[in-house]
Design a protein around this ligand. Structure first.
Ligand SMILES: C[S@@+](CC[C@H](N)C(=O)[O-])C[C@H]1O[C@@H](n2cnc3c(N)ncnc32)[C@H](O)[C@@H]1O
Length: 400
């Protein structure tokens, strides 16, 4: 767990790492045929490019264990050092009412239990405010006799389902429809609330921190996710420390922390790979057609496109992008080149992968420091192991 002065110190160390190695983690292998860093580290580039797609996939979620040429091992070690935050201490939770878990998907329930077990606030909560609550599973789990619960959510179907669940479990909860980004959302908070937000995306949890601070909330808990779901074009630093940094983050950069592959079935994986290999093959074709060695963004395509023969896929996509008529090609060779590029891309991505968690921690520390600068005592740590959810960092904040 990190707290007090450790927060700023760690933030600055991460900032130094990310700033010094921007040339390694910013360019996306998917959009570059050759990455700028490859000429600086030819042995590493050649080693990564020599590996298979299967090897890349096996290393994807834990790139730090890869025995790759320099500077990979040093960077892996530094990244691991700076990303060690440890777990938050847990409290003995009152066991959940017998049937509460029944309505919640297993993994979500385990996340909720783990989140709840970390809420050791000095003052017992009197009124939980479940922020972007969905059906309100977290709030219901936290609610104890004598406490109140308000769930804010903007999707009417989720509110309705949440109301039915609360009624079924005979729990007094108010499920309120509220767009938390709307101007009047601040009226929903007051100083008696203990806001909790489990995986409220990007702007949504940032909005909570701003409104909770303004409303005088004495304590809150946030497990952030989807840092790239923001309205602006670039990341808006929150804390004075991050505002003073040179690091400027684009939406693409902000997507890096979310780029672990989720465990998918073999069929889904194959479909995803085929779609990417085709995109990469088309990218080779479009560079030739346009006589320009630049990436050309293409729209995401429905699954029906994958059922088309490869040549038709390319011709139709070229037409969609208003490119000149496609001359006859060695289609099998182009398709194979797409698969070869996919293996290269996935392996080259492993270097970016070393910066995935440092960037995430930088972003979460920016949130922690924002609250600390506003007088909160902040603790930051993991609330559950990564296999349960990779978005497993929790910020706990309290002030008198
Ligand atoms: C990733 S889900 C998390 C739900 C719940 N906290 C959980 O962990 O299961 C994010 C929730 O935010 C809601 N949401 C998205 N934008 C919102 C907004 N502007 N105002 C209120 N709720 C919003 C979505 O409908 C969704 O239920």
């Amino acid at each position: 767990m990190l707290e007090g002065e450790q927060l700023l110190a760690r933030f600055q160390e991460l900032d130094a790492l990310l700033t010094a190695h921007q040339d390694l983690w910013r360019p996306r292998p998917f959009t570059h045929r050759h990455l700028p860093w490859e000429s600086d580290h030819p042995a590493l580039a050649q080693w990564l490019r020599g590996r298979s797609l299967e090897e890349a996939d096996a290393s994807h979620n834990q790139p730090q264990h890869l025995a790759a040429p320099a500077p990979f091992p040093d960077l892996a070690q530094r990244s691991a050092q700076l990303c060690a935050v440890g777990s938050l201490p847990v409290i003995g939770l009152t066991p959940a009412a017998a049937r509460l878990a029944v309505d919640v998907p297993g993994r979500k329930w385990q996340q909720i239990e783990a989140f709840a077990a970390c809420l050791d606030f000095k003052h017992p909560a009197s009124h939980w405010l479940d922020w972007c609550a969905g059906k309100g599973h977290l709030g219901r789990r936290l609610l104890q006799p004598g406490q109140h619960l308000t769930c804010l959510e903007y999707d009417p179907a989720l509110i309705e389902a949440g109301q039915q669940l609360s009624a079924r479990h005979r729990l007094q909860a108010s499920h309120v429809q509220q767009d938390v980004m709307a101007a009047e959302a601040g009226l929903r908070l007051n100083a008696t609330h203990t806001p909790v937000a489990l995986h409220a995306c990007g702007d949504l949890h940032v909005r909570l921190m701003q409104l909770a601070n303004a409303a005088g909330c004495g304590q809150l808990a946030i497990a952030p996710c989807c840092y790239n779901r923001i309205q602006g074009e670039r990341y808006q630093a929150l804390s004075a420390a991050a505002k003073a940094c040179a690091l400027q983050l684009s939406l693409e950069d902000l997507a890096l922390p979310m780029s672990e592959t989720v465990t998918a079935g073999a069929r889904v994986r194959r479909q995803r790979d085929t779609s990417m290999a085709r995109r990469l093959a088309f990218d080779l074709l479009q560079r030739q057609l346009r006589a320009s060695d630049d990436y050309l963004p293409t729209p995401s395509l429905s699954a029906a496109w994958l059922a088309k023969p490869f040549a038709d896929h390319c011709r139709d996509l070229a037409a969609l992008k208003h490119l000149s008529t496609v001359p006859e090609q060695d289609w099998p060779a182009l398709e194979a080149a797409g698969w070869q590029r996919l293996a290269h891309v996935r392996n080259l991505e492993l270097l970016r992968g070393l910066f995935r968690r440092p960037l995430e921690l930088w972003l979460v520390l920016d949130r922690a420091l924002f609250l600390q600068e506003r007088g909160y005592r902040v603790r930051l740590g993991q609330f559950c192991p990564a296999p349960l959810t990779p978005r497993n960092l929790l910020v706990l904040a309290e002030r008198d």
